[in-house]
Each structure stands twice: as C-alpha cells, then as structure tokens.
Design a protein around this ligand. Structure first.
Ligand code: BGC
Length: 823
C-alpha cells in the first residue's frame, strides 16, 4: 500500500463553514491570516464566473430581479473543490450558493432557505473518512412535494442545486450519488418541476456527471448551469451569473455524452492491472464527432451566454507556415454584454494514418462586448503543429511527425459541432515535419489492438482495428550510448552556489566539488512531508537537505500542492479547480490569476507549486478530472502554459504533473497504461510538450502509474529521450510522492533510486523510501551501492541529475534569499 500523502494542513471543516457577508471575510482575515490578497479573490471570482457553462437556457436566466426558491442541500453544503492533495487547502472562508445569492441581492425565498438551513445544521456532512474514502455526494434532504408547491406560491422560479465531489485515489462510480442522480435528487426535481413554471438546475460538480435526465424533464427545466468547483469565491460567481450581473461565457472542455457506455474508454477504464488505451487517438470529441455524433448530449466547446453573437471570418491568410484568421465577433443582442470564444478546428485528410473528423487547432476569447460592440480576434495555426505521429511506418516515415498530403479544412465556430468551413489549405506532398526516435512504445510482451479509421463504400467513417505497433528499440544500447561524461571530482574548493549565481564560477566547477554522498542527497527530498526545513505543512523539501549542502549555499526548496491552492498549515486562497479554469478558455485571465497565486506563494514560503495537474480527461469517471483541464491536448497545453507562466513570473516555480498517462485512480501506483506511441504523443504527451516548449516549467512531476510496462519514475524513454532530448527540457524532474521498488531489467546493478536517476528522474519525493515502519529515514543506499559497482550507475549520471536539481535551486535563489533576509 502506498503511504498516505494525507497531512493535517487541509482541515476540511473550514471548507464547510460558509461566509455570510463581505464584512465577515475581513474579520476572518484579520483573525487568521492578514496576508491573503483581496485582489486575488477578485480575479478568482472572475475566473470562476467566466468558466461557468450555461448548457441550456430558454430565457429563464438571468433572474433579473425575479424572486427564487432554492432547493437542494448543496446550496449550503457547497463543494468548493474536490478532495485530496489537489483540494486540501486550509481555506479561510467559502462562499456557498445561498450566501452568494443573498450577497448579490437576489430575493431568495426565506421559508425555503430556513428549512434547508435548519436541516443542514442537523445533518452536518461527515468528513471523517480516511484518505481516499471521500464522499461522492451528501445525502439530499427528502423534499415534501407540498413544500415545493407552497414555495411556488411565493416565487415562480426555482433553483435546484445538485452537487458531486470527487477526489484523489478514488474514482467516481456508475451509481446513484456519483455519476448518476440519487432517488432523493430525482424526487426533488420531480416535485420542483411539477410546481414551478421555471426551474434552473445548478450543477456543483468538479467532474462530468450523467445529464441524460435533463431530457426527461423537457421544457420543465428552463436552464442548466454547470458550475464546476470554483474555489472559495465560487458561490458568489454562480450567484452573479444567475442574477445577471455577469453573462456566462464558459465552454465545455469535455464532451457530455448521453450515457457512460458511449465514451470510447468505457470498455477498458478501471482495470486495476492494465488499461489498454484501445480507442487510441479517438479520445473525447475526436471519437464522438468521427464515429458517434448522435451520442452527444452537449458537444465539446459548447456554452451559451445571455446575448447572441455574430461570428464572421473577415480575413484568411494562408502561406507555407500556416493559416491566420481575423474573426470579427459582434454582440447582436440588445440587452446584455458578454464574451464569446472563437474556436478553430481542422479536418485533416485521412491519409494513411486516419484522422478524427475534427481537432481543435486554435481558440481565442473576446473581451466583454456591450450590445452592438465588436472585436476582431486574430488566430494563427502553424501547420507543423497539426502533424501526426507515424508509429507504424504506414506513411513510409516511421517515428516521424508528418503532414500527409491532401486538403486540410479549417472550421470556425463556437463549439465543435457547429463550427463551419472557413478555409482550406492543400498540401500537395507528404511533409516530414520532424524525424524523431521510437520511444515508450508498447511492449511486445503486452500486445493489444487499437482503433483506427476506415471508410465504408459511402465514404462514412467506420471503426477498424489494427495491432498497436510494439517497441523495436534496444533500450540498453540506447542508454549505454547516451551515458554522460563525468566531471572529475575535485573535492571542496570553497566554491559556493552563490558564486555560481554571481557568474564567478561555473555550475560544473561547483558540482565537481560534491562528494558521492552529497550528490545522492541532492537526488532525494528531505525524507517526509512536513519537512522541518520548510514552511509548516509543506509537501516536502529538496535541494539543501543536509548541513554540508547548505554550507555550500544550496538552499532548501519547499514544495507545496497545488493545483487549487497552496496546501500548507497556514491559511491560503482556494482557487477554481482545473476544469473550472480551463472552461474559461481564457489563457490571459488564468495567467493573471496564477501570477497573483505566485505572489501568495512567496508570502507563504512555497517555492514550488505542485501544479498544474494536466492529465487528459480520458474517461469521465477518473476521480481527479476536476484537477485537470480537458479531453483535448491543445486546450490542456495552453492552459498549463498559462498557469506556469503566471506562477513563474514571480520567480517561484510551477511543477506540471503527472507525467504521463495518469488517467485513472484505481490502483494508480501499480496500473499499467498500455497506449500506442501515436496516442501517447498526440494526446497524452502533447499538452506537456506545449507547456514545456511555451512556458519552460522549472520542475515537472512524473506519475505513479506505468506506461507500457515501465513505471514513469523509471522511464528513460519518457523522461530522457522525449522530454529532455526531443523537447529540450532542462528543468528538474521529481517523482510523485514515493515510488515503487524495482530493479532495472536491463541493468541489474541498478535498483530503485539508481534505476530512477538513470532515467533522469532527478529527485525522489518526499525523499524517504517506503518501509513497514513508515517514512522514517532514507533507509536506502541504492544510489551509493550502485555507484560503487563497475556496471552500476555512473558518476556522470548522478552529477547530471545534480545539475538539473541545482538549476532549479539557482532559479529560485532570489526568492529564497529574500525570504531568509526577512526572517
Ligand atoms: C499526488 C500528487 C501530489 C503529491 C503530494 C500525490 O499523492 O498524486 O499530485 O502533488 O501527492 O501531495
């Protein structure tokens, strides 16, 4: 069993104590932590509001002053975030929906509110589970239809709130109370819709849940708002949108299908041992738009506002490099301002590889447009970015990124389904965009079939199956050929890391002084979470973990979770979670928010935020989807780059995670993600690639799972061949917390930490190894033992990882030095 990463810092009792007024917040802040930033709260609220997705509206919204009766306990017991490391922030306050509505001046039916307030007080939600045993929902108050009928005498509009939680180490399940509605929730909807002429449903859920029931109510449900989990300000954001102060402008980052079985991963998801990614590149809308458009309830990219927009492609410029579009967006409504997201999709020629019907190629969001106002958006698509990876040699160019010949049709619109043809770029001959090397391919010992595209005689897309190509590269030879030169050891020459920072000595000269013991220490964190070397409640400390390293000027570097806030013993802001942020489709806003978050890190003593979480939403049941952005890699990569750029603009570090293919929580530390090299590169690694190339994160975290038979934290192909050699990543790679023991199958003299360092997974976090007794100390000398063997880890490899770690320490030095000056 993995050790529990639970720490005491995130006392969720804070998350269920709602704030009732703005005045109360200032009292709370004075009492508890004067360093929270009201400006951050303001931007967090804007982000939460701009990520709300209005799925359906017959004009019931906005409320525009009409009184409402609010049903559902979740109006009070509001889910501001999911559970686990990604949500476990000691949040000083949370706005729930009821308080938010009152704050927004909405006339809330007092009798209904009192009824729920009293019931919730008598039925406090239980949080006393162990790590990973979080609730999926809280049991609903059984609603007497007579109560609904009486309320309908006082207000003609009802708001029904349905809430779901999800979290780390636990999937959502296909059962009432998780993916499906409970009987009590159904009964509540029945009673309310039977009495009220207008019903609004608010979904306070971090993950996508089944919504097929909406159709059962026909026009008795007037509006549906997907609120995600918007952090401490989320309740106010929802209230502002319901009231009409803010027009919703969020768009779905996932397809919502009619039933769970419709998702292409459904047949394989959740297997505890191995998970065949049989759907290959046909993830999310790539599957639905190609093969099953009729199974879509709400398409990817969909989201309504309170006004209407005219979207016109005004200019199209095509050259060798790609396509540029100028798109005019005009608010054609009369009553409301609003924002619109323009989405560009490409329909690539089938070629020999087979392509999904549509792929997101670019997107941009307008500012707030008053009625009648217009804005021109400029969107660019580089053709090279549309290349596909040939893992089979079908195009004659194995292990290359290629653009096959044919017509590339570009479609522009406001969701994947309604996007309309706007331009065509023709490529006359196949282009090899980049020749790389086979890496991380499926193991020949675990072959599987993968989905591909064929056409029937009418030209319709039909599913075909083929063997996923398996690995042919001799791993041992690749590693041996790439072993780095060692830097001759000099012993201590008195060169400090400050001298390196000042340009008075080189990093190599510094590293040459380090003993094998010191190098081995740099490759591990300070044993446990809650390290005494960092701010209380930290996730772990790396870098200057020993007196001798600190004497040489290597500072301890403090890591904290992420992504939704800084997880420490101190109070910290709770931000909208990943899906909520991505649903804004507004990278500038996310940068602005995370720049303020980076400032908070400095105030709280966090140097590395374990964020963004950026695994692909492969399946709606994955328990951590709320932390992640989308089923689409481009949106994921751009959002992750925005987070990293924002955080790092302050001199602190972000740490994208979990690299890679960590798409389910079931048996997450043992599970093997079996995925073709094409799907890996085009879907599961693509977001990381965009993030690394655009934003240069200073740190990056591997995942718990195996990828094609190798644990990510041992994966030389993933971390050295692809991440570092292909993408040029020079930062520090750390493990997810602890790791699985294993001996290198090609080099038996390397086990555990030595095996890991060979892959350039530089630091074991939090540092101690798993023992029966718990994480008491390092309890492991695999690095030094292996180093002493002629066929073991080389000094050059250990020094290479030390350099990766020290580059991170150097980058953080100004922030850490400023902190020690203050102390
Ligand atoms: C999670 C990581 C997290 C780490 C430290 C692990 O259980 O998978 O996302 O950063 O714990 O809390």
């Amino acid at each position: 069993m993995p050790l529990s990463p639970a720490i005491e810092s995130g006392d969720r009792s804070h998350a269920v104590t709602p704030v009732e007024s703005v005045a109360q917040i200032s009292t709370l802040l004075e009492d508890t932590d004067p360093t929270l930033d009201p400006a951050l709260a303001e931007v967090a609220r804007q982000a939460a509001a701009d990520g709300l997705v209005l799925l359906h509206n017959d004009g019931t919204l906005p409320l525009a002053g009409r009184p409402v009766a609010v049903f559902g306990r979740v109006q009070i017991d509001w889910f501001a975030v999911g559970y686990g490391s990604g949500g476990d922030v000691k949040v000083p306050y949370v706005w729930n929906l009821l308080s938010g509505l009152r704050d927004a001046g909405v006339a809330v039916d007092a009798a209904t509110a009192e009824l729920y307030t009293a019931w919730c007080a008598a039925h406090r939600p239980a949080f006393e589970g162990t790590w990973g045993q979080w609730p999926h929902h809280f049991p609903e108050m059984p609603l007497d239809p007579a109560v609904a009928a009486a309320a309908a005498e006082r207000a003609d509009t009802a708001v029904v709130v349905i809430g779901r939680a999800a979290g780390e180490a636990r999937e959502s399940v296909r059962a009432p109370g998780s993916f499906h509605l409970t009987g009590d929730e159904r009964a509540m909807l029945d009673a309310v819709t039977a009495s009220f002429p207008h019903t609004v449903v608010v979904l306070d859920a971090g993950n996508v849940m089944d919504l097929s029931w909406i159709a059962d109510y026909g026009d008795r449900i007037g509006a549906v708002l997907y609120a995600w989990q918007g952090g401490m300000e989320g309740g106010r954001a929802v209230a502002a949108v319901l009231a009409g102060e803010v027009s919703p402008s969020g768009k779905l980052t996932d397809t919502i299908a009619w039933s769970y079985e419709d998702y292409p991963s459904a047949a394989n998801f959740g297997d505890p041992d191995a998970n065949e990614y049989a759907e290959d590149i046909f993830v999310g809308y790539r599957w639905f738009e190609t093969f099953a458009p009729e199974r879509v309830q709400y398409p990817f990219g969909h989201g309504l506002g309170y006004t209407t927009f005219d979207v016109t492609v005004a200019e199209t410029t095509v050259d060798e490099a790609g396509l540029r579009l100028a798109v005019d967006v005009r608010n054609t409504g009369a009553a409301h301002s609003g924002r619109e997201v323009v989405q560009v999709y490409v329909a690539a020629p089938d070629g020999r590889l087979g392509q999904p019907a549509r792929r997101l190629a670019a997107f941009a969001k307008t500012g707030e447009l008053a009625p009648g106002a217009a804005e021109r958006l400029e969107l660019a698509v580089r053709l090279d970015d549309l290349a596909s990876y040939d893992d089979s040699g079908a195009t004659g160019h194995r292990s290359a990124w290629v653009l096959e010949a044919g017509h590339y049709r570009f479609l522009v619109g406001t969701d994947v389904r309604s996007a309309a043809p706007a331009a065509v770029v023709t490529i006359d001959e196949l282009r090899v965009v980049r020749q790389v090397s086979e890496a991380a391919a499926p193991s020949p010992s675990a072959p599987f079939r993968r989905m591909t595209l064929a056409r029937d005689e009418d030209g319709r897309a039909v599913v075909a199956w083929q063997d996923a190509p398996t690995a042919t590269v001799a791993r041992a030879e690749r590693i041996t050929a790439g072993l780095p030169a060692e830097t001759p050891m000099t012993g201590d020459r008195g060169i400090t890391l400050d001298a390196v920072a000042a340009g008075a000595a080189s990093l190599d000269e510094f590293v040459a002084q380090l003993s094998a013991e010191e190098l081995a220490l740099l490759a591990r964190g300070d044993v446990t979470m809650h390290s005494a070397l960092g701010a209380a409640g930290n996730a772990g400390v790396l870098g200057g973990v020993s007196p001798s390293l600190r004497a040489k000027g290597v500072a301890p570097v403090t890591t904290t979770d992420g992504p939704s806030g800084i997880r420490l013993s101190a109070y910290a802001s709770l931000l909208p979670s990943g899906t909520a942020l991505a649903s804004t489709w507004d990278t500038a806003l996310v940068r602005r928010l995370t720049a303020l978050h980076g400032e908070e890190m400095i105030r709280k003593g966090s140097d590395v935020l374990l964020s963004p979480g950026m695994n692909i939403h492969r399946d709606p049941l994955c328990g951590r989807n709320f932390e992640y952005f989308s089923e689409d890699p481009l949106l994921t990569g751009r959002m992750a780059a925005a987070v990293v750029t924002g955080v790092q603009s302050n001199g602190v570090a972000a740490c994208p995670k979990h690299f890679a293919a960590n798409n389910q929580e079931t048996n997450r530390t043992r599970n093997d993600s079996r995925v073709s090299e094409r799907a890996l590169r085009e879907i599961y690694l693509r977001g990381f690639e965009i993030c690394v190339r655009e934003a240069e994160p200073l740190a990056l975290m591997t995942s718990y799972n195996q990828v094609n038979g190798v644990w990510s934290h041992y994966h030389h192909d993933l971390v050295t061949t692809i991440l570092r050699q292909e993408w040029g990543y020079a930062g520090c790679v750390i493990t997810d917390w602890w790791m699985e023991e294993a001996v290198d199958p090609d080099f038996p003299a390397l086990a555990d930490n030595a095996y890991r360092v060979r892959a350039q997974v530089d630091v074991l976090m939090p540092g101690g190894v798993k023992t029966e007794a718990g994480p008491g100390d390092y309890a492991d000398d695999t690095i030094l033992e292996s180093l002493a063997r002629p066929d073991g880890l080389t000094l050059g490899e250990l020094q290479r990882s030390a350099r990766n770690v020290l580059r991170l320490v150097l980058a953080l030095k100004p922030v850490i030095d400023a902190r020690s000056l203050e102390a």
